[in-house]
Design a protein around this ligand. Sequence first.
Ligand code: FES
Length: 113
Amino acid sequence: MATTEVARLSELQEATPVRVEVDGVPVCLVRVGDTVKAVHDTCSHQQWSLADGMVWGNGVECSLHGSTFDLDTGRPSSLPAMTPIPTFAVHTDGDTVFVDVDVATNDAPFPEH
Ligand code: FES
């Protein structure tokens, strides 16, 4: 599947996670400055939506038990999650943000959702 238009950069607020669905895959978008990070929205611990959480620096914290996942590597930096989450390629063209869920930028397993 090709890259998919998912958002307008101007409508994304800094450090505020947003859930979108791309080809059936839940994706958590986070604006960091003029760039956008995209990770699988499902926490690898107990399948909670990461877009319900908060952003701390370059990580998104799961609101259920507090594990924080790095937005670039997908790795959890705190328990109870121990498994990384997929991270996805993002590009922008002007104000338009695109994500390709077929191009994971790490080798994390896809969580069930
Ligand atoms: S469901 Fe996310 S840390 Fe438990």
